[in-house]
Write a protein of this length. Structure first.
Ligand code: ZN
Length: 402
């Protein structure tokens, strides 16, 4: 195996380096360059692998190969050759994001353990958040705020991160919060006063670089509480986003921040009550309209467009129809430009199934009607076409009166 001299641990802030290609391998339809030395951190332990450029060629990821070698993954069309020397440039924004996230996770897990006796079982770092699966089944809200406060106090105070190599025999003395997974000498990373753990990752020099940590939310996973945190500018943006929402709500509702929730609840109750009122009002109008259509007719044939009524007009109508002994009715309600709802009621006349069959064949099919039902009510959705009322009326007159 070709060995690469790694500089990302000893010089985590180094962004550029001249390197020589010592081997080239195939990697899942890509090429992978092995270099004599590198500042690119290979994926593992939470952070993503580094990306960046070797001269003008983009390195999409850095990973460990099957034999532990460090692979700089590039496009298969890459024409760089073994033995040639090039300039390596890190995508610093990407790397620094993960250095910050990863160090923040050390700090949070350290404080969870030392101040609150809470274990970290697993960790996930993303483009935006840190997720920490704790060993606890429940953590109350007050404790969560205490955790957030203590992490931020630590960041304000600041604390250097240190690394040292210790032998296996010395590990038990350190009393680490997590057992050591390697069998060789161990790299111990500590944040002064807050955390000490075995880690092979890259970290920022001082936790003051984290700027701030925001507790975002928690969820339950495998019977444990998983906590989500945002760090630095991502936390700042999230907080500003909240502020914008609150300001907008304050203006829209004309209340101070403390009264927003109360006002929203009041408004919801008002909406429920208004809806009920509208419903009753609508019901009485529809009843009156219907009875005026039916007046003096032995078998009323009623065509109604209830588009101007509220959303549940057809439902109201179908309830009213329950008490009507004899009627042939077709009602429509526009949903939008393309679609409308329809309701057909055939009650108290002979051959009602036959009449519905005729309406379906002659009219409903032409407007691609979907839906169904059974006597005396059929309903569904169709292409918006108000002309069908006249067509349905013709069919009804023909079937009933011949
Ligand atoms: Zn680490």
């Amino acid at each position: 195996m070709k060995l690469t001299k790694t500089l990302f641990l000893s010089e985590p802030y180094r962004k550029e380096l001249d390197v020589t290609i010592i081997d080239i391998k195939e990697h899942k339809k890509h090429k992978a360059l092995i270099l004599d030395s590198t500042i690119f951190y290979p994926e593992g332990g939470g952070p993503e692998g580094d990306r960046g450029f070797i001269d003008e060629t983009y390195i999409v990821n850095t990973i460990h190969g099957d034999e532990g070698e460090i692979l700089h993954v590039v496009d298969p069309s890459c024409s760089l050759e073994i033995g040639t020397t090039h300039h390596l440039r890190l995508d610093w924004a990407h790397r620094y994001h993960y250095m910050v996230q990863h160090t923040a996770q050390h700090l949070i897990s350290g404080i969870l353990f030392t101040s609150f006796g809470i274990d970290t079982l697993s960790v996930h770092l993303s483009d935006t958040y840190i997720a920490i699966e704790t060993g606890e089944p429940v953590i109350d809200q007050e404790t969560l705020y205490h955790i957030e406060d203590e992490v931020n106090r630590a960041i304000i105070t600041g604390g250097a991160t240190h690394t040292k190599i210790v032998s296996q025999e010395d590990v038990p003395i350190l009393n680490l919060r997590r057992s050591v997974k390697v069998e060789t000498d161990v790299r111990i990373v500590s944040i002064e006063g807050y955390d000490e753990i075995a880690c092979g990752g890259v970290h920022v020099d001082n936790i003051s670089e984290l700027n701030r940590v925001m507790y975002l939310m928690s969820e339950s996973i495998r019977g444990h509480v998983r906590l989500f945190f945002l760090v630095s500018d991502i936390a700042k943006e999230e907080m500003r986003g909240y502020k914008e929402v609150v300001d907008e709500m304050k203006n829209t509702l004309s209340v101070p921040r403390e009264r927003i929730i109360e006002r929203v609840k009041e408004n919801q109750l008002e909406i429920v009550s208004l809806r009920r009122e509208v419903h009753l009002y609508q019901q009485s109008i529809i009843e009156q309209t219907l009875s005026s259509y039916m007046k003096g007719k032995e078998t009323p044939i009623v065509m109604m467009d209830v588009s101007e009524y509220s959303f549940d007009a057809l439902k109201v109508l179908s309830h009213i129809l329950l008490d009507v002994p004899k009627i042939v009715l077709c009602a429509i309600k526009e949903r939008d430009k393309e679609n409308m709802n329809y309701l057909i009621c055939i009650k108290g006349i002979e051959h009602e199934q036959e009449l519905y069959g005729e309406i379906k064949l002659k009219v409903l099919q032409s407007i691609k009607a979907k839906g169904g039902g059974k006597a005396p009510l059929w309903q569904g959705i169709a292409h918006n076409n108000k002309e069908i009322l006249r067509e349905v009326e013709k069919v009804c007159n023909r079937v009933i009166y011949g």
